[in-house]
Design a protein around this ligand. Structure first.
Ligand code: ADP
Ligand code: MG
Length: 726
């Protein structure tokens, strides 16, 4: 999730001064609440016993004058914390978006690196033609030629990072090494090679930042293309589905179980449990009722809300997109974290080598070469560029991978679990027949009840019933909010009556039965419609497997996935038919959402790497538990997309084996990269210590390994779906 924000810490106040009747507190979170500081001061002033309250947002300070007879400082501080806690969410969001605007260690942009290279080239040319002589004489001659000055100027940002590294981690980092080698080159009177070292390392970085920027912009494009829709509450109380650009501040929208809240605003009615982790990183869902604030990008886990929009559109959407990209960078693969750590430990090795070579040979040139050749940046780039290139390739095919770690997990997985309805099947079921059980009701009457209960449900079967009804000219009866009963059905109230649509279990649980016997047909999905306790009709739906599922499953098996299972909330008979049709190894039927998650856990406990593919609310827990949760399909629910690690925006099951292929190719490339870096640099170190190759030659060798690594990773960008398809 997005950072590990600790809400508690951020908004907790600390006592700075405490004189009788006067209390000075500090809370670090206040600096994110500049706009609200007046409001907070007013709230504090209203606390009983407080005479005066002053809030200085930029320093995080609070000054209170209070009646010492009424309150003690300790009690007062507790009261203050309660007031601050109410603003915690706003502070977190501001902090989050600020962090995104200006990342702490902004990597250099492509444009800036290009400029640096131009300056470098300019200095090389001019330094060798028009201005070869140093400006100063004596000891400073080596540092005052044009080339030397240019290389000193260009290494300034690295010097800064080297200093930061020393200060924060008490350890020399890769930049420290580079700066040392540049200064050493200059000392030895070799400004030429100093510039070359800089040019080559900038070139490698340019290629890296280019990959990363391309990836970012592809992700943004992909996400902004579908800005989504929301249920707008019309003046007459009816709900209408509207694209987000038609929702304005002040409008009221309805949000149901499994849907994403698409605006920032206040709850005007309803109650729900909301998952705010996409915004706050806080895993525990919170309850929201009338008067509470809700935030765009959070998801309703259960219940229904009416929300009056305060902020809509761009503001919220963009911040979410950026948040997502940032979050994906936080989710580094284990191999990447390992490589980063490893490469940090390699830096001191260079200094050790440098010292030993100097002690043995007493040759400063040779010793310097030990500093020019380092493993660390190549090793770091080996993983970073490969993952970034792979994420980019995937995004261009409509697949969003939320972090390098999922590429590694995907390459290792040996078990794939597939949800049935909406994932294996098209999720576009059609109602093909209906059995009416009451003589005094026409099909249209029945449908107007069924449509009322399904109008705002996100389940594919609900869509089937709505479409079927509209075709026959039926309209949903006026009704109360629709309540989703995950894996069972959906209900609402029409006047005094309770209307339900769902499977037989759902009917039984609620004591609904039919006057006459019910026909059974295993090849279709029965949807029972009940009014109060009477089943009034059965609507039969057909949902055919997607094209290509069989091929996708075969392809996965060929690629080393040993176990492919189908998980469904549907009946046994349905599950068996579909499992046979698509060639799955086995199936588990009539699973509730928690049981799907349990199935994932059991397989993991046995040591399997588990991929779960699903689309619905009922798949969310399993998606969250799986090593790689994949939400698939253009009709995937918000909650499935939010909890999954990979979003496949296309309705093509072949994207699953494609993803696997990409993941394995990526890991192969990462390993090749490691080998390249280690081989080339080891040769370089040996040659450097033992032979007379120039410092420039060493720099060239070292940087060629880095550039090779980046180029090797870039190959992933040219992978097309279907390359080497079995
Ligand atoms: P799956 O796990 O295969 O995706 P679900 O758990 O979503 O299936 O649903 C299981 C069964 O619950 C469906 O086959 C259907 O009978 C019933 N059901 C769930 N929601 C609804 C609904 N909104 N309308 C009708 N039936 C529903
Ligand atoms: Mg489903």
């Amino acid at each position: 999730m997005v950072g590990n924000v600790n809400q508690e810490e951020l908004m907790k106040s600390h006592v700075m001064h405490n004189l009788p009747g006067r209390l000075r507190l500090a809370a670090s979170g206040l600096k994110y609440l500049k706009e609200q500081s007046g409001e907070i001061a007013a709230e504090l002033a209203r606390l009983p016993g407080v005479r005066l309250a002053r809030v200085t947002a930029c320093t995080g300070g609070i000054l209170l004058q209070y009646d010492g007879n009424m309150l003690d400082a300790h009690e007062l501080a507790e009261q203050v914390d309660l007031v601050l806690a109410r603003h915690a969410m706003t502070a977190l969001r501001t902090r989050h978006s600020e962090n995104n605007e200006a990342p702490a260690e902004a990597p250099m942009t492509t444009a800036r690196l290009a400029k640096r290279l131009a300056v470098n080239a300019g200095a090389l040319v001019l330094g060798n033609t028009l201005f070869p002589a140093p400006l100063l004489g004596g000891a400073l001659a080596n540092f005052s030629s044009l080339e030397a000055l240019a290389s000193l100027g260009l290494s300034a940002p690295m010097a800064k990072s080297a200093w930061e590294g020393l200060r924060r981690e008490h350890r020399p980092n890769a930049d420290f090494l580079t700066v040392t080698s540049i200064v050493a080159s200059l000392l030895l009177g070799n400004a030429h090679s100093a510039l070359m070292i800089l040019a080559l390392s900038d070139l490698a970085e340019l290629m890296t930042s280019y990959t990363i920027e391309r990836t970012r912009s592809s992700i943004k494009k992909m996400l902004s293309a579908d800005e989504g829709e929301a249920w707008k509450v019309m003046p007459d109380g009816k709900l209408e589905r509207r694209p987000m650009n038609q929702i304005h501040a002040g409008d009221t929208i309805a949000v149901h179980t499994g849907e994403k809240i698409s605006v920032d605003g206040k709850v005007v009615s309803g109650a729900a449990v909301v998952d705010q982790s996409p915004i706050t990183g806080e895993f525990v869902p919170v309850e929201k009722r009338e008067g509470d604030e809700v935030f765009a990008g959070t998801v309703v886990k259960s219940g229904n809300l009416r929300v009056q929009a305060a902020k809509v559109g761009d503001q919220t959407v963009i911040s979410r997109i950026v948040g997502m990209v940032e979050a994906s960078e936080l989710k580094k693969a284990p191999i990447q974290r390992y490589a980063d750590k490893f490469s940090n430990y390699l830096v001191p090795l260079n200094f050790l080598l440098c010292l030993s070579v100097w002690l043995v040979t007493r040759n400063p040139q040779k010793a310097l070469k030990m500093l020019v050749i380092d493993y660390s940046c190549g090793i770091k780039l080996s993983t970073a560029t490969a993952f970034s290139a792979a994420i980019n390739t995937a995004v261009r095919q409509g697949v969003l991978i939320k972090g390098g770690t999922f590429i590694e997990q995907m390459s290792r997985a040996n078990t794939v679990l597939l949800d049935k309805t909406g994932t294996i099947t098209e999720g576009k079921p059609r109602i093909v027949s209906a059995v009416l059980l009451k003589d005094d009701m026409t099909l249209k009457d029945v449908l107007s009840y069924a449509m009322a209960a399904e109008e705002t449900s996100t389940h594919p079967l609900a869509g089937a019933i709505m479409r079927y009804g509209r075709q026959l000219g039926a309209e949903p009866l006026p009704h109360a909010d629709v309540v989703t009963e995950v894996s069972r059905g959906s209900r609402t109230r029409v006047g005094e009556k309770t209307v339900r649509v769902g499977n037989l279990e759902y009917m039984k649980e609620n004591g609904a039965s039919a006057a006459s016997s019910l026909p059974a047909d295993t090849s279709m999905i029965p949807n029972y419609v009940s009014v109060d306790r009477e089943i009034i009709a059965v609507l039969y739906a057909m949902d055919s497997p997607r094209e290509n599922v069989r091929r996708a499953i075969n392809s996965l098996r060929y690629d080393g996935v040993g176990d492919i299972e189908l998980l469904t909330g549907d009946m046994e008979s349905q599950a068996r038919v579909v499992a046979e049709q698509v060639g799955a190894d086995s199936y588990r039927a009539q699973l509730l959402p928690e049981q799907k998650a349990e199935a994932v856990l059991k397989l993991q406990v046995q040591g399997n790497g588990v991929v779960m593919v699903g689309d619905g609310i009922n798949d969310a827990p399993a998606l969250a538990y799986a090593d790689v949760g994949i939400s698939m399909g253009s009709k995937s629910t918000d909650i499935a997309m939010e909890t999954s690690d990979v979003i496949i925006n296309r309705d093509d099951p072949m994207m699953i084996p494609e993803l696997r292929r990409l993941a394995r190719a990526t890991m192969r490339i990462v390993h090749q990269n490691f080998a390249l870096v280690i081989a080339i640099n080891s040769v370089g170190l040996i040659l450097g210590a033992a032979s007379g190759i120039s410092v420039m030659m060493s720099a060239l060798l070292h940087n060629s390994s880095t550039i090779l690594v980046v180029a090797n990773s870039l190959r992933l960008m040219f992978m097309k779906p279907g390359d080497g398809r079995h």
